[in-house]
Design a protein around this ligand. Structure first.
Ligand code: NAD
Length: 362
């Protein structure tokens, strides 16, 4: 779950400086046992938006590292998608047994104290009910269900964006963006993966898939006319496209030499175990990599539409642009002799720098 990249300076401020955060808030409450960290990476473009994750971190240092890395990722995701949002994320340290109404509402008060500089949402191990409790103490919550006036499940929109990114990468690799007859190996057929399978089946792709839960894989295989394979076998499939839709860091020293695909495009976050090692390694192997934070931004775009009062349709229209953004980034990477993830990060940073200058006059 947590990337293990070694940092030069592992002190608290050393890490904050390394990732260039604006503000990191440590939240503690003796009564409820709350220990949480809110990472606000960058608010040049707008309020820092990102979910709250509950996780049983092995140490406080691991929790800090995770929140810093995740919140920085949100900055890039928003910036490259043309959203007026900054990047933020929160982690609550502990397991599910820790969750009480009082703890969640206390956390809500910490979010409220930031006066909208940070907007939270649901993430790993948090439920809609949990968000309802947080919402009782702060209005700075997004991604709520439609029944609560929110934008609802973001997964279909994330899947649509991932599909758009996959098509753009296919165009680069194969000269056509048609996925008709293309062999796709999908790892993880959960919320997003299932919606993505619908698009792929409709277009006539040939599907191989796996899931941590074999019965889930079998069900998806039956529904979409796909072949289910064992967990670890997904990397060895003779396919055109590998689509990681489960966990991060699956493109690593162990898997990269096994991949036979020409395109990687999936919705999982942080797919490259080490960006600056595995990004270039994919270029060397002639694999077109569609940057994860760019093509899985549909969910964030959907939440943003809630923040600005847009509709599901306007979110889908904006998400469709992921096709053009991916095309541009892949071209830019080639022109600059770099790898797509680096080109995408640079593009996000350029937008933040340019808009930062626009905002520098009163
Ligand atoms: P999910 O939990 O519904 O689905 C993940 C699936 O992966 C599950 O079916 C799970 O059993 C399976 N899985 C877990 N470990 C696996 C393994 N080792 N091998 C194969 N399968 C495994 O989650 P989701 O909402 O579909 O999100 C999938 C990924 O996309 C996550 O990395 C998530 O962070 C990312 N993402 C999701 C959204 C969204 O809108 N839901 C937005 C952006 C990014």
């Amino acid at each position: 779950m947590v990337e293990t990249k070694a940092l030069a300076d592992t002190s608290v401020f050393g890490q904050i400086a390394e990732y260039q955060h604006e503000q990191v808030v440590f939240c503690h409450d003796h009564e409820t046992g709350l220990r949480a960290i809110i990472g606000i990476h960058n608010t040049v473009l707008g309020p820092a938006l990102g979910g709250t994750r509950l996780w049983h971190y092995a140490s406080d240092a691991e929790a800090l590292h995770d929140v810093l890395r995740l919140s920085r990722g949100m900055t890039y995701k928003a910036a490259i998608s043309g959203l007026n949002l900054g990047g933020g994320k929160a982690v609550i340290i502990g397991d599910k047994s820790l969750k009480t109404e009082a703890l969640l509402r206390k956390f809500g008060r910490f979010v409220q104290n930031l006066n909208g500089k940070y907007i939270t949402a649901e993430d790993v191990n948090m439920t809609t009910k949990d968000m309802e409790y947080i919402r009782m103490e702060t209005k700075h919550v997004s991604g709520l269900p439609e029944s609560m006036g929110g934008s609802g499940d973001p997964s279909p929109v994330t899947a649509y964006g991932t599909y758009m990114g996959m098509k753009a990468a296919a165009k680069r690799a194969f000269g056509s963006d048609s996925l008709q007859g293309k062999r796709v190996a999908m790892q993880g057929v959960g919320h997003v993966g299932t919606y993505l399978l619908e698009y792929l089946q409709k277009e006539g792709a040939r599907l191989v898939l796996t899931d941590y839960y074999p019965e889930r894989a079998q069900q998806a295989a039956a529904r979409f006319g796909a072949t289910a394979v064992d967990l670890d076998d997904i990397y060895d499939q003779d396919v055109d496209i590998y689509s990681p839709c489960a966990l991060g860091a699956t493109i690593n020293d162990d898997t990269i030499s096994r991949l036979k695909c020409q395109v990687i495009a999936g919705c999982a976050n942080n797919q490259l175990a080490e960006e600056n090692v595995h990004g270039p390694a994919l270029v060397d192997r002639g694999i077109v990599y569609a940057p994860d934070f760019l093509i899985n931004a549909g969910g964030l775009i959907n939440v943003y539409s809630e923040v600005i009062g847009g509709s599901r349709q306007s979110a889908l229209t904006q998400t469709e642009k992921i096709y053009d953004f991916t095309t541009q980034v892949l071209l830019k990477a080639e022109q600059e002799g770099t790898h797509p993830q680096a080109a995408a990060i640079r593009q996000a940073e350029e937008r933040i720098a340019a808009i930062g200058k626009v905002k520098s006059t009163y």
